[in-house]
Design a protein around this ligand. Structure first.
Ligand SMILES: Nc1nc2c(ncn2[C@@H]2O[C@H](COP(=O)(O)OP(=O)(O)OP(=O)(O)O)[C@@H](O)[C@H]2O)c(=O)[nH]1
Ligand SMILES: [Mg+2]
Length: 480
């Protein structure tokens, strides 16, 4: 086989083998469940980055009858030099015959040259029943490392270390569910110590992951910047008939704006999760609410899709243009209308300013009405609420392993301001300048670019807190 590092994750059932595969392969499609016996066949999970497979993890079923399997092997034991051949015989004799299916399945990738990652639960006491498993693995002669994955609250790590050290050169504690990024890299470096030819590819994998993390921060910053610009410039409109009372429609329009903002925010959340390779996150988050403010702009007259101001501008350019604009608005059937208004354009400007043109009827249809606009939000705090929520979400996602299948609960809205308070004062001033520009309606591509580069170090910092997002949460809990 090639020298691409391949590791078989093996052990007793239900000790977090699949969780480790999921976290290290960064793949949230790996099946993980509280019941033992979840994984029944081997499956390879290549970790691809920069267009190539950096390393591969093989998920395996747990040992079921390790003692009986070892007894069979011992009966055929001659010298240590033959151990591996006896294990290979065991697999070829028992494959597909029912009794030792799981043992055959999990030993196959090891006999094909995969490194062994032996997983135990450090929250349960050590017991001799594991010795047969470790002995069989030792007989294969493949490079191996033991991982103590503490699933529960009790701490039996010391006794596990003492036992494992007799079988494995390298023993590490690794919490599959919460291991922060740095800890994952550290483990990959340890894998590189197992076999000389794996060192270089695993060092390269670590570097590739570090480089990618920086690119990820830039992409997250951009996703948040795009969402901010969209949400801060979002408005909804409704065309009302000439006699309609706008007050009657305001509540519905406000709800429409809130729904549109929430939808935009949800898309932003999913985009950030996807950047980190999380495609199946169930998220619960309090909906963003509009702050109390004057969301409704004064009513405009509309005239076939053009605001009064547009019409006035167009009208000033001459009757032909106004006639043309109407043709665009009405399609071919408006020839009559175009001529009609084109001819009277001198008076149209005056008509428009009084809303009279909108009231005019052609073939019994009104020519226009009132345009009611809700949004964008002008509240000075609103951008910080959105940003705070986004940074909080990001830190939680950045610190999340792919083995974590719990719903992502983003807690109370009160968490968000803490995140903004952490911003350096210089950054806050710069942000305020951008938010002011957005309130003035300056939302071009350059605005998004600038905002994205301003947010990049903020995003990176949230990810670099030792202990990951969980530490941040504890700080938030303590300070609130
Ligand atoms: N709290 C906690 N739970 C974990 C950890 N690792 C695994 N679990 C949980 O333990 C259960 C079993 O995890 P799996 O990864 O499916 O274990 P497995 O060894 O692959 O199990 P089988 O395929 O059935 O042999 C799941 O409910 C996991 O969420 C951990 O580090 N901490
Ligand atoms: Mg499994």
């Amino acid at each position: 086989m090639s020298d691409e590092p391949v590791f078989a994750v093996v052990g007793h059932p239900n000790k977090g083998k699949s969780s480790i595969v999921s976290t290290l392969a960064r793949d949230d499609s790996v099946r993980i469940a509280p019941e033992p016996g979840t994984t029944t066949t081997c499956r390879r999970y290549p970790m691809k980055l920069d267009g190539r497979v950096q390393y591969t993890l093989v998920d395996t079923p747990g040992f079921q009858r390790a003692r009986r399997a070892l007894a069979w092997m011992r009966e055929r034991e001659t010298t240590a030099a033959e151990h591996r051949a006896v294990v290979a015989d065991f697999v070829s004799v028992h494959r597909g015959r029912g009794l030792f299916d799981d043992e055959c399945e999990l030993l196959t990738p090891v006999l094909e040259g995969a490194g062994i990652l032996y997983v135990v639960d450090g929250s349960l006491p050590y017991g001799p029943e594991y010795e047969a498993e470790m002995e069989i693995l030792r007989w294969t002669g493949e490079p191996s490392l033991a991982l103590i994955n503490p699933i529960g609250a009790e701490d039996h790590v010391a006794e596990w270390r003492a036992a494992l050290a007799q079988y494995f050169k390298i023993v590490r504690v690794f919490d599959a569910l919460t291991a922060p990024f740095e800890k994952r890299l550290e483990l990959l470096r340890a894998f590189g110590q197992l076999k000389e030819s794996w060192r270089a590819p695993l060092d390269a994998a670590v570097r590739a992951l570090e480089d990618e993390r920086r690119r990820v921060h830039a992409r997250v910053a951009r996703a948040i910047a795009e969402m901010l610009v969209d949400m801060l410039t979002l408005s909804v409109t409704r065309r009302l008939g000439v006699g309609a009372d706008p007050a009657f429609y305001q509540a519905a329009l406000e709800r429409e704006l809130e729904d549109a903002l929430r939808e935009r925010e949800r898309r932003g959340r999913a985009a950030v999760e996807a950047i980190y390779g999380h495609h199946r996150v169930q998220r619960s988050e309090q909906d963003v609410a509009l702050l109390h403010q004057d969301l409704f702009s004064s009513e405009h007259w509309y005239f076939f899709g053009l605001s009064r101001r547009q019409l006035l501008t167009t009208g000033a350019a001459g009757g032909a243009v106004l006639g043309g604009a109407l043709d665009v608005g009405l399609g071919g059937a408006s020839l009559l209308l175009g001529t009609l208004v084109g001819a009277t354009v001198g008076g149209a400007t005056a008509w428009l300013s009084q809303g009279r043109l909108a009231r005019a009827r052609v073939m019994n249809l009104p020519l226009g009405g009132k345009l009611l606009r809700c949004g964008p939000s002008r509240d000075v705090n609103f951008p910080y609420v959105i940003l705070g929520r986004a940074l909080y979400h990001h830190a939680r996602v950045a610190g999340r392993t792919h083995a974590d299948r719990e719903a992502l609960s983003l807690g109370a809205a009160g968490d968000a301001p803490n995140w903004v308070e952490r911003l350096a004062s210089g950054t806050r001033e710069e942000l305020e300048r951008h938010f002011r520009a957005l309130r003035r309606g300056n939302a071009g591509a350059a605005a998004t670019d600038e905002l994205a580069s301003l947010l990049e170090p903020v995003v990176a910092e949230a990810d670099a807190v030792p202990g990951g997002a969980c530490r941040w949460e504890r700080t938030i809990a303590a300070s609130s």
